[in-house]
Design a protein around this ligand. Structure first.
Ligand code: ADP
Ligand code: XUL
Length: 519
């Protein structure tokens, strides 16, 4: 058996596979808000951030790991697991002192992980991908490198607020003493892999590219980017590695506590999006994936590294080799939830609003669907903007709002993905909101492409399980062909008569957005 873990914004999930029989053996998940309410993070992050800061408690991720493995050990014989791989929400960082490695080596199975690791933290909370607080640091890094194009040429992205480098710089500037005490800066992914291995884990090329610190061409830390970010960073960053090469056996803590075999291997963890690329069977170019989790993302494997001239898109390492491109939208599920709660709706109302009156209402009313600061396009929105019929603008018909919100989200996605020049003639949809048939229909209509879904909506955990099997000697391409099949019944076809309607809506949406950004 091979185990894949995914530590995302709101939950930690596990998928166990048997690659020889092509079977998924077990799935389970811990929801941070519901299962661990004592951390005061109903959506996985701390709700009281200021000045654009969004942080999470890294001990929550450790408590979730103990809880999840305890549940798994009750249903599965974990001694059969040959290798574990995983993924984490991207960009988030964990800061630890020089006691981290000795604490890892001395983990006592009669105690929990969070209590034993807590004293090693030099920063109590971890900035995560939703954080927009580092504009000044992005400007400083950009200036030191001689402009945004140079940062992008080296790292695959211009300096980006949520990326780890600017976040490290903000920490160094705000608390230089704690930064000086920091011996290890980990990503969420490499932090969790370190815990499982009982020693410092490397960062993989997929997640490493989301830091504004890795040189894409050389797949190594870039000395000039490190110097522009914070002093002595080279000593604090882990090494870099491919995700499909194991680096350690599992720590004795997990053998004693959850009955893993002592020779169970650990592979470096990657980011949730690179793992999802594999879990969707899109590791080789040809398929576009839209992931609707807490964030909405649009990504695809790339034949060659190509960067976004406007600076919204990113290039990350592809765990199958080569690169992937990705665009991230911050107003994803949480924006849909805001509207749902504002009108006291449920998800079936969303389905209905999207599936009925399609022809009459399609593309008529426009919503800039941003309830809070957005990443693509980067702007401090604080409420959606409406343009359309009086009933729509006055908000008296919730179904019109829902339709316009969903259309607005995917028009914005279509507008900002044009630079990738990928052929979106088939789209695969994943993430929590992908089970909604109404949302799938709007995606198909706005992009004018058939939409497929796989049986497993958690593609990041599945991707991690496939990476674990690849690290254990199985062929990644064959694994994707076996596990990532879209059933033909799951296909949602676009309505071709709506093609000109959405072409027109795209142009009007683009003008409305440009006007708003200019104000
Ligand atoms: P993450 O991986 O970022 O933690 P998930 O992929 O698990 O997130 O997605 C969680 C989100 O899915 C929830 O915030 C919720 O808004 C959304 N969701 C779940 N079910 C539905 C549904 N039927 N329709 C629309 N959205 C849904
Ligand atoms: C990608 C991004 C998010 C996080 C959380 O750049 O910021 O998608 O990975 O899922």
């Amino acid at each position: 058996m091979f185990l894949g873990l995914d530590s995302s914004t709101q939950s930690l999930s596990a998928i166990l596979i048997d690659p020889e029989r092509g079977r998924i053996l077990h799935e389970c998940s811990v929801n941070f808000g519901n299962d661990l309410p004592e951390f005061g993070s109903p959506k996985g992050f701390l709700p009281d951030g200021r000045d654009g800061e969004v942080h999470a408690n890294p001990l929550l991720w450790l408590a979730a790991l103990d809880l999840l493995l305890g549940r798994l050990a009750q249903s599965v014989d974990l001694s059969q697991v040959k290798c574990i791989a995983g993924s984490g929400q991207q960009h988030g960082s964990v800061y630890l002192d020089d006691s981290f490695e000795s604490r890892l080596k001395a983990l006592d199975p009669t105690k929990d992980l969070a209590t034993q690791i807590a004293p090693a933290l030099t920063r109590a909370t971890s900035p995560i991908w939703m954080d927009t607080s580092t504009s000044a640091e992005c400007a400083e890094i950009t200036a030191a490198l001689g402009g945004p194009d140079e940062v992008c040429r080296r790292s695959g992205s211009i300096a980006i607020e949520r990326f780890t480098g600017p976040q490290i710089r903000r920490f160094f500037k705000s608390d230089p003493a704690a930064y000086a005490r920091t011996q290890h800066v980990h990503l969420v992914s490499s932090f969790l892999a370190s815990i499982l291995a009982g020693r410092a884990a490397p960062i993989d090329f997929g997640d490493g590219a989301g830091m504004n610190l890795m040189n894409l061409a050389q797949l190594s830390w870039d000395p000039d980017l490190m110097q522009a970010t914070a002093p002595d960073l080279a000593k604090k960053l882990p090494s870099l590695s491919s995700a499909t090469r194991t680096f350690s056996s599992i720590a004795p803590y997990f053998v004693a506590k959850y009955q893993f075999a002592a020779d169970c291997r650990i592979a470096p963890f990657t980011g949730d999006n690179p793992a999802s690329l594999i879990g969707m069977g899109a590791g080789t170019p040809g398929l576009v994936v839209i992931s609707l989790g807490t964030s909405d993302t649009f990504f695809a494997a790339m034949p060659e590294a190509k960067t976004d001239p406007k600076g919204f898109g990113h290039v990350f390492g592809n765990p199958a080799g080569g690169f992937m491109s990705l665009i991230c939208f911050r107003n994803g599920s949480l924006a849909r939830e805001k509207l749902r709660d504002q009108y006291q709706l449920d998800w079936s109302d969303f389905e209905q609003a999207a599936l009925t009156h399609t022809r009459e209402q399609a593309g008529r009313n426009l919503m800039l669907p941003f309830f809070s600061p957005e990443i693509t396009p980067r702007h401090d929105f604080n409420a959606p903007m409406l343009q359309g019929s009086p009933a729509f603008e006055s908000g008296t018909q919730p179904a019109l709002q829902v339709r316009a919100l969903l259309e607005g989200q995917f028009l914005n996605m279509r507008l900002h993905s044009q630079w990738m020049a990928v052929n979106a003639d088939r789209i695969r949809l994943t993430g929590g909101a992908s089970t909604n048939n109404g949302i799938a229909q709007i995606v198909a209509d706005v992009f004018q492409a058939p939409v497929e879904r796989l049986a497993i909506p958690n593609s990041a955990a599945l991707g991690a399980a496939l990476i674990a099997a690849a690290a254990g000697g199985h062929d990644l391409q064959t694994l994707q062909q076996t596990f990532c099949l879209a059933s033909s019944e799951s296909e949602t076809k676009p309505d071709p008569t709506l093609s000109p309607v959405y072409q027109n809506a795209l142009e009007r949406f683009g003008s409305l957005l440009a006007r708003e950004l200019d104000r």
